[in-house]
Design a protein around this ligand. Structure first.
Ligand SMILES: NC(=O)c1ccc[n+]([C@@H]2O[C@H](COP(=O)([O-])OP(=O)(O)OC[C@H]3O[C@@H](n4cnc5c(N)ncnc54)[C@H](OP(=O)(O)O)[C@@H]3O)[C@@H](O)[C@H]2O)c1
Length: 240
């Protein structure tokens, strides 16, 4: 039985992916920070599901992931879905710095730890949920867009490493999932267009994971937006 861990898996996109993986015969380990949700999931006694409290802002989340891998009984797939969004109320440095600690620092620690774990093991698949937001800067949420941009560039590096590892005979894969808008707790009350349900997003993400894509836009139509953004010259992009 394949084993998957989803960091930030107790709600939204991560939770939807957990349901899909369970339905497809995986043993799944979920982490989150809402104790009541964690308690409810633990009490549900769902087969092949382990749930653990993991605040990525606390010291060395990778040590807790290491312990969790032992509880789950191994690791083939790690999905990093935890993220802080909604930084759109000009909240200043304190709020942006807290978000950066998750979206940049914890992201880097977990990505690095997972990649090295898979490299030592000789196989494995690391998936992170970034965003179309990482393709351009925005006055609405500067830190969020900058952090997602960092994540995308970091994952490009990991994809290169994984390609070299595969040439050396190790079945290591890295996937960057870039959603446009998805209806989740993070986007509640937000004005959105082309917003996918978590069900639709989950199905598309799972397909991309199975196909071991290096990156994918979710829903698929956001590829058009991405291509437009990339085609625009920078002087025009910052005026849009
Ligand atoms: N929804 C969209 O339109 C959209 C678009 C582009 C990208 N994304 C990205 O998709 C990912 C998932 O977001 P979502 O929309 O599914 O939102 P969500 O439901 O709010 O999920 C965010 C997850 O992150 C977890 N989390 C928050 N702070 C954490 C911390 N300090 N330590 C550990 N976990 C923490 C939350 O745990 P709890 O549930 O326990 O609080 C939750 O499971 C994020 O990286 C987000 O940036 C979302």
């Amino acid at each position: 039985m394949k084993k998957a861990i989803i960091i930030g898996g107790t709600s939204g996109i991560g939770f939807e992916l957990a349901k899909i993986l369970l339905a497809n015969g995986y043993k799944v380990g979920l982490t989150g920070i809402e104790n009541t949700i964690i308690q409810d999931l633990q009490n549900s006694e769902q087969n092949n599901l382990e749930v653990k409290y993991l605040n990525c802002l606390e010291n060395e989340p990778s040590k807790k992931i290491k312990e969790f891998i032992e509880i789950v009984g191994g690791l083939d797939l790690l999905i990093l879905s935890a993220g802080i969004g909604n930084l759109n109320r000009n909240r200043g440095f304190d709020a942006e710095n807290k978000a950066n600690q998750l979206n940049v620092l914890a992201f880097t620690e977990i990505a690095d730890y997972s990649y090295r774990f898979f490299e030592n093991q000789g196989h494995g698949h690391f998936i992170a949920i970034t965003s179309v937001s990482g393709l351009f800067g925005s006055c609405v949420a500067p830190a969020y867009h900058a952090a997602k941009s960092y994540q995308i560039t970091y994952l490009e590096g990991l994809c290169q490493k994984a390609r070299k590892a595969r040439l050396a005979g190790k079945a290591i894969h890295v996937t960057d999932i870039r959603p446009g808008y998805v209806k989740t707790p993070m986007t509640e009350g937000k004005k959105m267009f082309w917003a996918a349900t978590t069900e639709k997003a989950g199905k598309q993400i799972y397909k991309n994971i199975k196909n071991k894509k290096e990156f994918a836009y979710v829903s698929r139509r956001w590829l058009i937006v991405a291509m437009l953004i990339k085609a625009l010259p920078n002087w025009l992009l910052i005026r849009v």
